[in-house]
Design a protein around this ligand. Structure first.
Ligand code: FAD
Ligand code: UDP
Length: 391
């Protein structure tokens, strides 16, 4: 192993693929990438379904970043489709029907919910309090002492946050990491996009072709269907791969608890059940994603054609997301780390074990037990590769 490869990368998602490419290209390192699944791309993997619709197998992925370095780097492997993600909340109204308005809750949402006149008055009050184009988290807004603003905060909490968060996390907004609901703040603006990042879009031909190009390098060997934990041994003082000592860098992007045999107990995660439906119609919901913020068992419905810009008359595929606790059963995927002091401390124990090996690097959303977006992981992978190459 040591004679054939200069680095081992576990996982072919953003973390693994970006790091592998940099090591191979910038450092001339021979890199072995082991991927447990039968495809590359990690959770960003996309493919055509049976109806020919380009779907995201592991839920909707929209690329957005303010990090020009990351955007430029990825742009080497894909052209982009300019796509600005817009999400609406779909909630029951008081007349037995349904009402929709933009999420993040913004000045337009306010006028839809309270009527143009009252909505405008309340909007002006918020603008006077916080300033135009400001983002205020729901937890901050609920701290406001003004009775009218507090009542408005209660409305947004009830109609946008509490039920959705209960579905997604099994806990209320005030019980989970505040950074989570802060991802979708109340936005004092008419800008109804979900993200305001400088660079936003979708890889024009899909994520998987982007990953194919990234991993297509003479110094990179990718083995699919390979559970690295069957070959990687971290039980001793030195890392062993296929039974032999391996001193070169190991970049591990899977679960930290699994790597060390769950010896401090499993790290808690939420998983998702995705229910895909293909419908014989051009358009199902007019938007990429609709959040069901008050009722329904699922959190959101995504219609892929709106995300990908695919033109395919007479057929469309949607996915509904159902969240629940991850139990570690075969076939289940841990999608979201449940970030809180207790779980972070448990993660710290695993990280300390990893740190005993000078050549073991935990990288990525799973391995670092963090709620990272794609761009953040790509950035971290570039940083790690640079560190390894300058060491
Ligand atoms: P992963 O993509 O999970 O890749 C890890 C890889 O390692 C996997 O392929 C796994 O099979 C493999 N692996 C694990 N253990 C082993 C092993 N023992 N042996 C071999 N291989 C192994 N981010 C955004 O920026 N925008 C979005 O719109 C967005 N939407 C999302 C929607 C959902 C439902 C979810 C769950 C996440 C979303 N994300 C989004 C986050 C995005 O998925 C992650 O930031 C990104 O995929 C992390 O990349 P990664 O390489 O760290 O992990
Ligand atoms: N959230 C909510 N209502 C919404 C959208 C988001 O309560 O309509 C909260 C919820 O707790 C969710 C978090 O904000 O888990 C982050 O939302 P985001 O859309 O960023 O989640 P992701 O796309 O990562 O699942």
């Amino acid at each position: 192993m040591e004679r054939t490869f200069d680095a081992l990368v576990v996982g072919a998602g953003y973390a693994g693929a970006v790091c592998a490419r940099q090591l191979a290209e910038q450092g001339g390192k021979r890199v072995l990438v082991l991927e447990r699944r039968d495809h590359i791309g990690g959770n960003a993997y996309d493919c055509l379904d049976q109806a020919g619709v380009l779907i995201h197998q592991y839920g909707p992925h929209i690329f957005h970043t303010n990090d020009k370095r990351v955007f430029d780097w990825l742009s080497r492997f894909t052209p982009w489709l300019d796509y600005q993600h817009r999400v609406i909340a779909n909630i029951p109204d008081n007349a037995g029907g349904r009402m929709t308005y933009p999420v993040p809750f913004n000045l337009t949402s306010l006028e839809t919910a309270f009527g143009p006149k009252e909505g405008k008055r309340l909007g002006d009050k918020l603008l006077a309090e916080y300033g135009a184009e400001q983002k205020v988290t729901i937890l901050e807004l609920r701290q406001n002492a003004d009775p009218e603003i507090a009542a408005l905060a209660d409305y947004v909490y009830e109609h946008v946050f509490v039920h959705y968060t209960m579905k997604q996390w099994g806990q209320k907004p005030e019980e989970i990491d505040p950074n989570t609901t802060a991802r979708v703040p109340v936005f004092l603006s008419r800008d109804d996009r979900y993200f305001q990042d400088a660079f936003q879009g979708m890889p024009k031909e899909g994520y998987t072709p982007m990953f194919e190009r990234m991993l297509d390098h003479p110094n990179i060997t990718v083995e699919l269907g390979q559970d690295a934990l069957k070959r990687l041994d971290v039980s001793g003082d030195e890392i062993r791969v296929d039974g032999e000592v391996f001193d070169s860098p190991v970049i591990y992007t899977g679960q930290a608890d699994e790597l060390f045999g769950f010896q401090f107990g499993p790290l808690p995660y939420r998983t998702l059940d995705f229910r895909f439906e293909t419908l014989q119609q051009d358009d199902f919901q007019g938007y990429g994603t609709v959040n069901y913020t008050v009722d329904q068992d699922y959190t959101r419905i995504t219609e892929f054609k709106h995300l990908t810009g695919q033109k395919l008359p007479g057929v469309t595929t949607i996915v509904k997301e159902y969240s629940r606790a991850f139990t570690g059963q075969p076939g289940e995927t841990p999608y979201y780390a449940i970030i809180n002091p207790e779980n972070n401390a448990k993660y710290g124990q695993y990280k300390a074990l990893a740190d005993k090996f000078k050549n073991l690097h935990l990288l990525g959303r799973l391995a670092e037990y963090k709620y990272y977006n794609m761009d953040a992981i790509a950035g971290r992978a570039l940083d790690l590769a640079e560190m390894l190459l300058t060491k």
